[in-house]
Design a protein. Structure first.
Length: 337
């Protein structure tokens, strides 16, 4: 017996992504032109960092638009996971950029060069303006949207890059300490490395059907077990379709067939309203089916007292034609549990 919910709304970051892509793209063209005009390696390097941010935002936009496609016979869950794949691509992109920045900083540290500070400052201040606007647009939606969060980190990368250019230019101008450029660059590379690993880890967790991080599966199972008329809860599963959209399924054993409609409505309402699941599928049973072939997927068998409650019905309720009387007696004991 199954039912579906459309509760919970994932904030749309489409407009913020598009505006950020335009702003960052226009700034890249300007920064590249200034870098070529002045011959500044620092400015050219930051221009390519900006280009990576443009690529990251474009990946997020494409993934988001693909995710809007409705479900079809070939993809019954729709295209939601496209956003998670986009986040994974962005995370890998960030990881590559982090390693590149650290490597370039290490190479430059052994042979620091003098940099033209004037053009560096002008370009950096111009970048800060566009990046602050983009960050303001994307910050809120990135809090519960992994796809937008991956793109946000690309914008943060260019924002911090602009700040580092300003600090580098001022330090070189007033102290002549040329090594400040690779030192700050490597430090920022470590920050990028940490951010990329976080995005990749979360994306992989979702793609592996991991339990949502904000869901306490033991507490959800306990709530269902405490419901009046429910004798047993097993084969509990919770996973994420895409950021902000969680799904849940479970098997509920109850005593009387007449209680089915009430139990279903109560459980469904509690799961969608209190636990905020976007989609809920519940199987109601008066006798547990033989599911020994899927015991390795039943986490309730390792939930302490629940394991003791679950294992007997799952196994003893299976009727063996060779010993019907014994099985009927075991079923009777199971219903008294």
């Amino acid at each position: 017996m199954a039912t579906h919910s459309h509760a919970g709304h994932m904030p749309s970051s489409g407009k913020a992504l598009v505006i950020s892509a335009w702003l960052t793209g226009i700034y890249f063209v300007i920064e590249l032109a200034v870098g070529l005009w002045t011959g500044s390696i620092a400015v050219l390097s930051d221009a390519f960092h900006t280009l990576s941010a443009v690529g990251g935002v474009l990946v997020a936009i494409i993934a988001q638009r693909i995710a809007r496609r409705p479900a079809d016979m070939a993809r019954s869950y729709g295209w939601y996971r496209a956003e998670i794949i986009g986040a994974l691509v962005n995370g890998g992109f960030l990881l590559g950029m982090a390693l590149l920045v650290i490597w370039m900083g290490a190479m430059r540290l052994g042979n620091p060069i003098h940099l033209p500070t004037g053009p560096m400052l002008w370009v950096a201040f111009g970048g800060l303006v566009t990046e602050v606007i983009s960050l303001g647009l994307m910050w809120k939606s990135s809090q519960d949207d992994l796809n937008a969060r991956g793109a946000l980190w690309h914008i943060i990368q260019t924002f911090v890059g602009s700040l580092l250019i300003i600090v580098t230019a001022l330090v070189i101008e007033f102290t002549g300490f040329l090594a400040i450029d690779p030192i700050l660059g490597m430090a920022f590379g470590v920050v990028l490395l940490w951010a990329s690993i976080g995005v990749i880890r979360e994306a992989v967790h979702i793609l592996l059907e991991g339990t949502p991080e904000d869901t306490d599966l033991s507490a959800v199972t306990a709530d269902l077990r405490a419901q009046d008329g429910v004798l047993d809860v097993h084969h509990v599963h919770a996973w994420t379709l895409t950021s902000g959209k969680h799904a849940f399924s479970a098997h509920l054993r109850h005593a009387e067939p007449a209680d089915a409609a009430r139990i279903l409505e109560t459980a469904y309402t509690h799961l969608t309203k209190h636990h905020r699941f976007h989609m809920v599928t519940l199987q109601l049973e008066t006798d547990c089916l033989d599911e020994r072939h899927a015991d390795d997927l039943d986490v309730t068998q390792s939930m302490g007292p629940q394991a003791e409650l679950h294992e007997p019905p799952a196994h003893r309720d299976h009727l063996d034609s060779a010993a019907p009387d014994a099985n009927l007696e075991r079923n009777s004991k199971g219903n008294d549990t």
